[in-house]
Design a protein around this ligand. Structure first.
Ligand code: ADP
Length: 239
């Protein structure tokens, strides 16, 4: 579970996030949506402990991410362009990440089997990363983030640039992984929200403007459509 308490982040004069509070329990697929510049990446970076808040705090299982770095063990984070190492093969990359988590050989072997199976990476395990298709590369990024079996998975634009089949595979995987865990996804794709979100958090100009189930968000639009609701609630603010 993540608790966000009065979280704000100011970069010099830019108020990127203002007084955000919410609780994100397990067993949920949460979508973080909003126009460009809304503050989504800032919020994700604060959740993952990557940057410090100006005020407020993020608690992971009751512990402050800035104070107790062991909280990072609970999390797997896949940025939009996962920093993969193109000259490594898939196995070498996942093993390298496991090394960063100081996993022992048995733990690694066991988790590798699960992750490779779930993400359908068996056929490319010894293939160099720079020779893989975009869909496979995305899955390798997710595999690296999951090797230590985190309870919280954060994905930035996970299906950007993928074809419908690849999107479907990632969606199926996310739904399965979210059981008894928390998955947070930053995305612009309302179709994707419709397909797999349990909860939508809409941010605009650093402020929380909506937090609820997709069905309720639709009702904010006269045509009962998520895209329209998004536009109405963030009107004139898209850059
Ligand atoms: P989003 O991910 O929703 O596009 P961001 O969190 O990246 O939004 O940005 C929110 C605001 O903070 C924007 O105005 C952006 O220009 C600003 N911002 C983000 N990162 C920095 C930074 N490192 N330094 C200064 N301003 C930043």
């Amino acid at each position: 579970m993540i608790e966000i308490k009065h979280l704000s982040k100011t970069y010099k004069t830019i108020k990127a996030l203002q007084d955000i509070s919410m609780v994100l329990p397990k067993d949920e697929i949460v979508f973080l949506v909003g126009p460009n510049g809304a503050g989504k990446s800032t919020l994700i970076k604060l959740l993952s402990g990557y940057i410090k808040p100006t005020t407020g705090e993020v608690l992971i299982e009751g512990k402050d991410v800035q104070v107790d770095r062991s909280t990072l063990l609970y999390m797997g984070y896949v940025p939009e362009n996962s920093p993969l190492y193109p000259e490594m093969n898939v196995y070498e990359y996942v093993k390298y990440v496991a090394g960063l988590w100081q996993m022992n050989r048995d733990e690694f072997d066991q988790r590798l089997r699960v992750v490779v199976d779930k993400l359908q990476l068996t056929e490319v395990l010894t293939q160099k990363i720079d020779t893989l298709s975009k869909g496979f590369r995305r899955r390798v990024g997710i595999a690296g983030a999951l090797i230590h079996n985190p309870e919280i998975l954060i994905l930035d634009e996970p299906t950007e640039g993928l074809d419908p089949n690849q999107k479907h595979e990632i969606h199926q995987f996310i739904k399965e992984y979210a059981k008894n865990r928390l998955v947070i996804i930053s995305s612009h794709i309302m179709e994707e929200v419709e397909a797999i979100a349990d909860r939508v958090i809409l941010i605009n100009k650093g402020k929380l403007v909506w937090d609820g189930v997709p069905e309720e968000l639709k009702k904010a639009a006269p045509d009962n459509n998520l895209d329209t609701a998004f536009r109405l609630l963030t009107k004139g603010d898209m850059q």
